[in-house]
Design a protein around this ligand. Structure first.
Ligand SMILES: [Zn+2]
Length: 77
């Protein structure tokens, strides 16, 4: 199945968090996380974040701050 590896997903997560990611790549990340138990455990917040971003593309500065804080804290662990 075409898509990203777990390592590729992890590599772009910081970009996802910063909102510095192409929508098409964001969709690939979301699709991987949805189908990968390992990433899903780590990345449930990312799915939430990506969903929020997709709904708010017209307002990219309006990603929920609590989601960003939670994701950033995990990335820095
Ligand atoms: Zn994975």
């Amino acid at each position: 199945m075409a898509g990203l590896t777990c390592g590729q997903v992890m590599a772009v997560l910081s970009d996802v968090v910063d909102g510095d990611i192409a929508p098409a790549l964001g969709a690939q990340v979301e699709a991987h996380v949805a189908g990968c138990g390992q990433c899903a455990r780590f990345g449930q917040q990312f799915v939430t974040l990506l969903g929020a971003m997709r709904q708010q593309l017209a307002r990219p500065d309006d990603v929920p701050a609590d989601v960003l804080a939670c994701v950033r804290a995990r990335l820095r662990r």
